[in-house]
Design a protein around this ligand. Structure first.
Ligand code: GLC
Length: 541
């Protein structure tokens, strides 16, 4: 399994209020005790931090806020000593506007690097097309000096690289090789399926209620995406150790495309990180969340779709998503532990590679922020300004942010009941969730019934039981409104997972064979009766 660290919020070793690599080093024993196989580090590269490091101004160094290259080398070495592989976040759909490539590109229309980015003249005095950026407003920014616009699918400080240009691709592959030679074990590639744009950059369909269009059809899995990823594979991964891991973050990818991306015979990526199950419903900022059975149907479809060829990533959260306990479970103190355990059981027993985002293993919850000043995330701040600007009541927008803001995942890791949850001796860059007094790693590790110990057992089970890694998947009771149940089968071993993902008890018409391996959230006497958030795993054979 893969454990994701968002360095800014994990552990601060020097008291500046921002987590750093030496902070991660200090927690390697903790990660080893949990049993992790792979550590994914979110960006720590030099960056103006417009999008918390997803705006990189130098791909081959460490930002002084996070430490030094020597710290990273030490982290690699010590992680390897623990048998933990380390993968880096590779953000190459765009750079920072402070990256020397962009500085050079912007310097003149005849710069040799002009074509490394997407520069276009105005169209009738307006941006070159109608695309909206993922962080509100137009996806084009006017450069006054040249009178041309550059494309940025994310913030205006994250100009998109032009992958059509072979020099861009070679520069990126050589940077990736430099990291692999240094000892990193692979990459999680940020929004990698957006790198091939549809020629002509056609307008997208208008987004309801505004003048801008949706860029999706012009950028998601564009015409050359497979060619680019195969070329990358040949240039970077071919001939190296087969233990390297290459994960593509791919918003909007379909099951059919994911099969093509992850088919080993096509040599592109090992896994995709898809979003269907966490983006169901009309739009991030409003509307009714998808029904429970739609969520199950989505995950089930991906299990079936990648059963023969390809491989799934399994997750409910990361640094861009709200906390699973608050979103899919219950953060009511009565149910927090049971629901966190039930969700973990369901995720970890599917076929694929589970991802644990820091803090989920202790059941951390969404942030109870009361004012826009509490937020730091550019997406949330831009959305608030936009929504209030078009007339929405600030309190209504805040209510939405409390449910979906990315800052929910980014509050500092809760290590102990010490001030600032033991995250820093200084003043944290984003407020600590006040529930740290009860919800913290130290307390969880001391309690055998905690969420932490349940994660540890689930991770150990995957290591010891081949059926967890390799078994077939069959969804049971697909239409049940609150129960998530499925089997995994390998030869004559069958695991049955049954989880009541609701705060009401439920009686089931289901025969569950074998002996219980785990029961959480209930006395576990009767598999046909589940307490609120009770989850069980039975093993037969
Ligand atoms: C990915 C990252 C997100 C970032 C965006 C732009 O979705 O996970 O945090 O803002 O790409 O780099």
């Amino acid at each position: 399994m893969v454990y994701q660290v968002y360095p800014r919020s994990f552990a601060d070793s020097d008291g500046d209020g921002i987590g750093d690599l030496r902070g991660v080093l200090g927690k390697l024993d903790y990660l080893a005790a949990l049993g992790i196989d792979v550590l994914w580090l979110s960006p720590f590269f030099p960056s103006p931090q417009d999008d918390n490091g997803y705006d990189v101004s130098d791909y081959q160094d460490v930002d002084p806020t996070f430490g030094t290259l020597a710290d990273l080398d030490e982290l690699l070495r010590r992680a390897h000593d623990h048998g933990i592989r380390v993968i880096l976040d590779l953000v190459v759909n765009h750079t920072s506007d402070e990256h020397p490539w962009f500085v050079e590109s912007r310097s003149s229309t005849t710069s040799p690097k002009r074509d490394w980015y997407w520069w276009r003249p105005a169209r009738d005095g307006r941006p070159p097309n109608n695309w909206q950026s993922a962080f509100s407003g137009s996806a084009w920014e006017l450069d006054e000096a040249s009178g041309e616009y550059f494309l940025h699918l994310f913030s205006r400080r994250q100009p998109d690289l032009n992958w059509e240009n072979p020099e861009v691709r070679q520069a990126i592959y050589s940077m990736m090789n430099w990291w692999l030679d240094r000892g990193v074990d692979g990459f999680r590639m940020d929004v990698i399926n957006l790198i091939s744009k549809v020629p002509g950059l056609p307008d997208g369909p208008l987004i309801a209620g505004g003048p801008l269009g949706d860029p999706w059809d012009g950028v998601v899995c564009g015409p050359r995406i497979h060619e680019f990823l195969q070329e990358m594979h040949r240039s970077v991964f071919a001939g190296r150790a087969s233990t390297l891991l290459n994960v593509g973050e791919m918003p909007g990818v379909t099951v059919e495309e994911a099969v093509l991306f992850t088919d080993p015979a096509r040599a592109q990526v090992d896994m995709v990180f898809q979003f269907e199950h966490v983006t169901m419903g009309p739009d991030k900022w409003g509307g009714t969340p998808a029904s429970f059975s739609a969520l199950k149907a989505s995950i089930g479809r991906w299990q079936v779709g990648l059963a023969e060829i390809g491989w799934n990533s399994l997750y409910l959260s990361n640094h861009d998503q709200p906390r699973p306990v608050s979103r899919f479970g219950s953060d009511d103190p009565r149910w927090r532990v049971a629901s966190a355990c039930a969700l973990a059981t369901v995720v970890h027993l599917h076929r694929g590679t589970p991802y644990v985002y820091q803090g989920d293993e202790i059941g951390m919850t969404n942030a109870p922020f009361g004012s826009i000043e509490d937020y730091r995330d550019i997406e949330s701040l831009n959305h608030f300004a936009h929504a209030v600007g078009v007339g929405q009541a600030p309190d209504d927008v805040l209510e939405i942010l409390r449910g979906v803001s990315r800052d929910n995942a980014r509050t500092p890791m809760q290590w102990s009941a010490d001030p600032h949850a033991g995250f820093t001796t200084g003043s944290p860059w984003l407020a600590v969730n006040p529930n740290y007094v009860e919800v913290n790693a130290e307390a969880a590790m001391a309690d055998p019934d905690s969420v932490w110990h349940h994660y540890r057992r689930l991770i150990a089970l995957r290591h010891s039981e081949p059926v967890v890694a390799l078994g077939d998947f069959t969804m049971l009771l697909p239409d049940h409104p609150t129960v998530y149940t499925f089997t995994r089968r390998l030869d004559d071993v069958v695991l049955t997972v049954v989880a009541n993902l609701s705060s009401s008890p439920v009686d089931l018409d289901l025969t569950v064979g074998g002996e219980p391996l785990f029961v959480t959230g209930g006395p576990g006497a009767d598999p046909a009766h589940l307490e609120p958030w009770e989850a069980r795993v039975h093993r037969a054979g």
